[in-house]
Each structure stands twice: as structure tokens, then as C-alpha cells.
Design a binder for this molecule. Structure first.
Ligand SMILES: [Zn+2]
Ligand SMILES: [Zn+2]
Ligand SMILES: [Zn+2]
Length: 487
């Protein structure tokens, strides 16, 4: 059991809490302190990812408000990462932080490149904290490399004294407990406020604000939401093909770089080789090594101006931009019990040249049709193409055919034009079930493809095709005759 353990300050970096304990303990050996707290033999107390926290938690005396969950949420760097992990990945990391089983599987490497090596302070926070709490401390939010200004004061962060250049580092044991450097230079006097003059300054602010936004809202943001939003925005911009494949990585990269400029991205720490051949695929799909959170923040800013806009925009706003919408879609089979009902839940989308095709298949009857929309405008184009009428239709059509079958077979042997007097026949809608029934009936009477076609206002070939379709089905029973009939 420890004698004491200091309470944490708001947004205090976990390493800073341990550092304050170390200073207060009077023990000059950091290694001993680390072993005492975590049972690890290391002097490194830059907690990119804490370890063995349960050991510490079990040894803090008296009543306290520390818990594994709270340390992770309020004092570790993980909340910025959390929305980009699956629940499973994140739970594994949390387990490991509680009681290390050995090497950390994920998390540590992905965080390391985001956290500044030198400790950074906001000169105004140094002063305010000192006045409020009696000491200054290290803020977590200031340590992300791409956070260059304090989101609360809009002042540039410093990682060394601007006067004597003395760097702030954990391992030189000269973290600041007051707003003075160890050479007694008063740091708030060096506070440099940012003016929103240039695109770069605006971007720096936006990134700082958005980083804070994610940390504060991590419990509402999850990987599926982000993936869904990327899909919507990428579809809108035409980077995604509607079947989910990346089509336009090059144009995304070009637009992204044009939007921010390579120089400005470099200021934030983006290297141009991080935006590569598979950029869109990895980041928009959140697959593979997509853990550079700055890139996500920038993509969201690019798409929507800010992370909160990107995530909060209502689905309704983006609905028309998904080709054919989100469904469900109607079954168009007049014979189906689900006709005109929105019973089709899956739409297969693919694109070719300037057109996106959507295929809709009713699970109830097998009726399958395709629709088209313009890839650029995502406006639906006229016309529906029936790809397959499905098993239900075919079965019923076959039943009707059977009624006229023998007559039709006989007629096909003759198939000469046998013009009958035009009675006024009501012709149903072309290709409807009633129309096809009528076709059988008319043909068995007039005994001519040509005449049937004239009456039904279609082509001879079409009549022949429909009749032969049924002839083929009976073929196995009386092959030689049916072949003769067709030819
Ligand atoms: Zn500040
Ligand atoms: Zn100094
Ligand atoms: Zn159906």
C-alpha cells in the first residue's frame, strides 16, 4: 500500500500525475518509483500507453476516484484512437493496460508517432493552472503532435523556454510546476496568440479543436459510423464506386492536396508519402493500417469543414447522394404477393463508364430488374430492365402455356399467315402476364408468328422467343419433334 497518491487535474497527462508523485515522494530514484507503482523495471515514465494500472489502483490508499476506465478516458491518449478501433481491438488494449500479459499487441506503436517527444505547454494554461490549483501540470491535449495551439486559449504551444531554449522533457526531470522555466523566465510573457489570418492558421485551429472534439465525444463516435459517413461523402464526390470499390484514388489525393496544400500539411506533420496509392482504400474503408488519426481529421475537414459537421450531418442530407437511395425497394412483379411493396433489401450497384447500375432481386419471387443512374449527377435515368422474371412468374406462365400447348404445337407445324378479321381486342400492357397469356391464345388461333406479332403490336422474333422458351422446357420429353418445330 502506498502512503498517498496525488489527485489528478483536469485533462492531466497520466505521466504528469506519476511525475508529481515522484517529486512528492522524496525518492530520488525514478526506477524505484516505477517499480513501486507498477512493478515494472523501467525509468521511462512517458506513458504513451500505461501498463499494469491495476497494480497501482490496488495500492492507492483510502477513498479515491481513480479507476481503470477513468484513467484511460481522462488521462491517457487513447480516447482519440478509440473511435477508430473495433470494440474487440479496444477491449484487448484496455485489458493489457490493466494487467500486462507481455508485449502490447496494438496501440502503443500507433500512438507513439502521434505524441510529441518533448513535453509541450500552453503558456496561459501554465499560469491559469498555477493560480487555480497551486501548481502547473502537463495537459494531455497539448501532447498530440498535430495540436499546435491550445484549443482553450488559441496560443501556440511551447516545448522549450523561448528565452534560454531549455527543453521540457520527462527524463530531465524538469517538468514545470510553476509558470517559470528553471532559469526563472516567466513563460506566460512569451504567449503568442494565433490570429486567424492565413489558411494555415485556420487549419491549425480546426485540427486542435477537432482533436478536442473527438476526445470529448469518443463514446458517441464508433468505427461503423465513421465508415458509413465516409461512404456517403465519397459517393457524393464520386470517389467510391457504388459497389464499395475505390475508383478514384487519384482524384481524391489530388483534391485533398489541393484543398490543404502540401506545405500546410507538412507543418502539421504529414509526409507526402503517407498519401499513397492505397490512400482512399485504407482510410475511407478503415481497413489495414489506417491509424494516422490526423489524416482522418483532415479527411473529415476536407469533406465537411469539421469533424463534428462530418459526423453530425443528418443522414437525410446525404440520402439522395446514394445511388437509388438506401432502400428497401419495390418488387415489380405483378404476380408476386409482395408486388409494389418495399420488400427488396439488397441493391447490387456497379458502374460502367458514366452509368451506375442497380440490380434489385425479390427474394419472394425471384423477379430481378435493373435501373440506371447517372454517375456524375446520381440522378436516376428512365427505364427499368427486367433481367429475370423469376421462378413464380415462370411457373404461372408455364401453367397458362399448358392450356394452349397442343394447339400451339400444331400451329407451329403450319405457321403460315392466317389473317383473321380484326376484332377489337383489348391489348394489355406489353410483357405483362395478361399480355403473354393473350399471346398464347392468339397464336393458337391465328397459327402465325407474324400475325400474332401484328395483333399484339410486337415483333415476330419476340413472339417466337416466348413460344420457344416453353418449347425448350418440354424438349426432354419429345426431343426430335420439338427441335423440328423450332427450326
Ligand atoms: Zn491554454
Ligand atoms: Zn528559460
Ligand atoms: Zn416479388
Amino acid at each position: 500500500m502506498l502512503n498517498f497518491f496525488p489527485n489528478a487535474y483536469p485533462d492531466e497527462d497520466f505521466g504528469s500525475i506519476v511525475y508529481r508523485y515522484f517529486k512528492l515522494s522524496g525518492n530520488p530514484y525514478m526506477m524505484e518509483i516505477m517499480y513501486k507503482l507498477f512493478q515494472v523495471k523501467t525509468v521511462r515514465n512517458r506513458f504513451i500507453l500505461p501498463k499494469n494500472l491495476l497494480t497501482l489502483l490496488n495500492n492507492i490508499p483510502g477513498k479515491h476516484s481513480y479507476s481503470l476506465d477513468r484513467i484511460v478516458k481522462e488521462h491517457s491518449y487513447l480516447p482519440l484512437m478509440k473511435p477508430f478501433y473495433t470494440d474487440n481491438e479496444f477491449n484487448n488494449i484496455i485489458e493489457d493496460i490493466g494487467m500486462t500479459k507481455g508485449r502490447i499487441v496494438i496501440g502503443s506503436d500507433q500512438l507513439k508517432h502521434m505524441i510529441s517527444n518533448q513535453v509541450r505547454y500552453c503558456p496561459i494554461c501554465l499560469l491559469e493552472d498555477y493560480e487555480k490549483f497551486g501548481e502547473s501540470y502537463v495537459h494531455r491535449i497539448h501532447q498530440y503532435k498535430f495540436v499546435l495551439v491550445c484549443p482553450n486559449h488559441h496560443t501556440y504551444l511551447i516545448s522549450s523556454c523561448p528565452m534560454c531554449q531549455q527543453p521540457f522533457l520527462y527524463h530531465n526531470r524538469r517538468l514545470l510546476g510553476t509558470p517559470y522555466c528553471s532559469n526563472k523566465h516567466y513563460l506566460p510573457s512569451f504567449a503568442k496568440h494565433s490570429l486567424y489570418n492565413s489558411a494555415l492558421e485556420k487549419l491549425i485551429h480546426q485540427v486542435a479543436d477537432d482533436t478536442k472534439f473527438i476526445i470529448h465525444n469518443e463514446k458517441y463516435i464508433y468505427i461503423e459510423l465513421i465508415r458509413q459517413r465516409y461512404l456517403e461523402y465519397a459517393l457524393k464526390k464520386g470517389y467510391f464506386s457504388p459497389n464499395g470499390l475505390m475508383q478514384k484514388n487519384k482524384s481524391l489525393i489530388k483534391d485533398f492536396l489541393d484543398s490543404f496544400s502540401i506545405e500546410n500539411l507538412e507543418v502539421l506533420g504529414i509526409k507526402i508519402n503517407q498519401i499513397h496509392r492505397k490512400f482512399a482504400q485504407i482510410y475511407l474503408n478503415l481497413q489495414g493500417n489506417h491509424y494516422n488519426i490526423l489524416i482522418h481529421i483532415l479527411l473529415m475537414i476536407y469533406f465537411s469543414g469539421s469533424v463534428s459537421n462530418f459526423l453530425n450531418k443528418k443522414i437525410i442530407d446525404t440520402e439522395p447522394f446514394i445511388p437509388f437511395g438506401r432502400g428497401p425497394w419495390e418488387c415489380l412483379n405483378e404476380l408476386c404477393s409482395k408486388n409494389k411493396q418495399k420488400s427488396i433489401v439488397v441493391c447490387q450497384r456497379y458502374s460502367f463508364r458514366d452509368v451506375i447500375y442497380g440490380t434489385f432481386k425479390c427474394e419472394n419471387c425471384g423477379y430481378t430488374y435493373t435501373r440506371k443512374c447517372n454517375r456524375g449527377t446520381l440522378q436516376n435515368m428512365d427505364g427499368i430492365h427486367v433481367k429475370d422474371k423469376g421462378w413464380l412468374w415462370e411457373r404461372k406462365e408455364e401453367e397458362i402455356f399448358k392450356l394452349y400447348e397442343s394447339k400451339i404445337q400444331q400451329a407451329q407445324k403450319v405457321n403460315k399467315r392466317n389473317r383473321i378479321l380484326d376484332k377489337k381486342i383489348q391489348i394489355p400492357e406489353r410483357n405483362s402476364f395478361a399480355w403473354i397469356s393473350l399471346l398464347f391464345q392468339v397464336y393458337s388461333n391465328v397459327k402465325s408468328y407474324k400475325e400474332t406479332a401484328r395483333i399484339l403490336r410486337t415483333t415476330e422474333i419476340h413472339v417466337k422467343k416466348i413460344l420457344i422458351r416453353h418449347q425448350k422446357k418440354v424438349a426432354p420429353f419429345n426431343k426430335s419433334e420439338s427441335v423440328k418445330n423450332i427450326v
